[in-house]
Ligand binder design. Structure first.
Ligand code: COA
Length: 365
């Protein structure tokens, strides 16, 4: 039997922060409302491109695993904000880091992307098709935000997170490390609750981009309910397949959509605060990037110990959901580090968002 173990992890939190105070200047909102309803105080804003963030996270993850880019045999990039449709974000990353031995493809399951990517990687490793897989979650969500729409723009941030999954042959039994149980699901019937109408082929070739169809939109309360129920049921199914219960869980690293969603799901699963990783306060909702970024922070703050049962769980547009249950290996420290970083920031928040504000302005005339 072969199982997938995480051996490397890295993230890229853009240095520029959009704070609640900045948002108070842009829309009719308050730091108090945002903090109470979402748990967010600031979120990253990327002054570069998706591939730049993915590269930084990937180089940190490879260094942590003690691997070279040429050791990879597959790159899966999970994103709903690729720079272009083709070549894929994964192929751009492969070229950037020189991972010449890796196959590469993108996967879009919105905020569930990293979990879908992890299940794909673990399944391919278990099947013997691949042995060393880089899974990256990366999003430049500010591109899709209308910074005059207070319902959406306070929630989302930019960023990237990456992990390396490696094959481990003949792990003892369920007491050995690696992915032990998974769950994936979707409900297209509820797809209209979260939409990004642009960035697709719908419509006439000659039509210009319409601001009304170029921004992320969701039905907040509907999504809230789907998210809580979806994550609870999915975690239970994945734990069941692993032969475990919520009592066995050391740390859940959930998709960081809203602190209240996470707390509601955690309390119904009977989990205490120290069993749940939260970093939404400083990152916001980074969609497919949120779990690998939170995992990175969990490792950096000693929240993961050797042999721990760790659970990833997410829900997102589509709608989609999924969970991964794994036993961490022996190592919680990086084998090496990388000095990869985004270029120094030479713009202000207002300068970076100026074009966006201008584009969506006609909706408010
Ligand atoms: C969006 C969300 C934070 C709203 O929280 P909520 O408690 O459900 O708030 P409501 O929708 O009931 O809105 C309450 C009021 O606050 C207002 N409001 C919305 N955004 C606001 C903001 N940024 N500042 C101040 N007021 C705001 C609403 O207009 C509404 O006013 P009204 O009662 O006069 O109509 C919450 O529903 C949520 O997080 N949903 C999930 C969204 C999501 O994560 N989508 C992506 C999934 S991956």
């Amino acid at each position: 039997m072969t199982r997938a173990v995480i051996t490397g992890w890295g993230k890229c939190r853009p240095p520029l922060s959009l704070t609640n105070a900045d948002l108070e200047r842009l829309v009719e909102t308050s730091d108090e409302w945002i903090a109470e309803r979402t748990g967010i105080t600031e979120r990253g804003l990327c002054h570069m491109e998706t591939t730049d963030m993915a590269e930084v996270a990937a180089r940190h993850a490879l260094a942590a695993a003690g691997l070279e880019p040429t050791d990879l045999d597959l790159i899966i990039t999970c994103t709903l904000t690729p720079e272009v449709s083709c070549p894929s974000a994964a192929c751009s990353l492969q070229e950037r880091i020189g991972a010449v031995n890796a196959a590469a493809f993108d996967l879009n399951a919105a905020c569930s992307g990293f979990v879908y990517g992890s299940v794909t990687a673990a399944s391919m490793i278990a099947a013997g098709a691949k042995r060393t897989v880089l899974v990256v979650g990366v999003e430049k969500l500010h591109f899709l935000m209308d910074y005059r729409d207070r319902n959406t723009c306070v929630l989302f941030g930019d960023g990237a997170g990456a992990v390396v999954y490696e094959a481990i042959d003949d792990p003892a039994d369920s007491s050995g490390p690696g992915v032990l149980g998974t769950d994936l699901g979707a409900d297209g019937v509820s797809g209209s609750t979260m939409v990004v109408p642009t960035l697709g082929s719908r419509g006439e070739l000659t039509s210009t981009r319409d601001p009304a169809n170029s921004r992320l939109h969701f039905e907040g309360q509907a999504v809230f309910k789907i998210a809580v129920r979806g994550m609870i049921d999915s975690v239970c199914r994945a734990l069941d397949r692993a032969g475990l219960t919520a009592d066995d869980v050391d740390l859940v690293v959930p998709h960081q959509a809203n602190e209240r969603i996470i707390r509601a799901a955690a309390s119904r699963l009977g989990l205490s605060d120290d069993q749940v990783m939260l970093n939404i306060a400083t990152h916001g909702n980074t969609s497919a990037a949120s779990i690998p970024m939170a995992l990175n922070d969990a490792l950096d703050t000693g929240r993961v110990r050797p042999g721990d049962i760790v659970v990833f769980t997410a829900f997102g547009g589509g709608v989609t959901w999924g969970s991964v249950v794994l036993r961490w290996g022996d190592r919680v420290e990086r084998l090496g580090t990388s000095d990869a970083a985004l270029d120094p920031v030479e713009v202000t928040v207002d300068e970076l968002l100026a074009k966006n504000r201008e584009f969506f302005a006609p909706l408010y005339d």
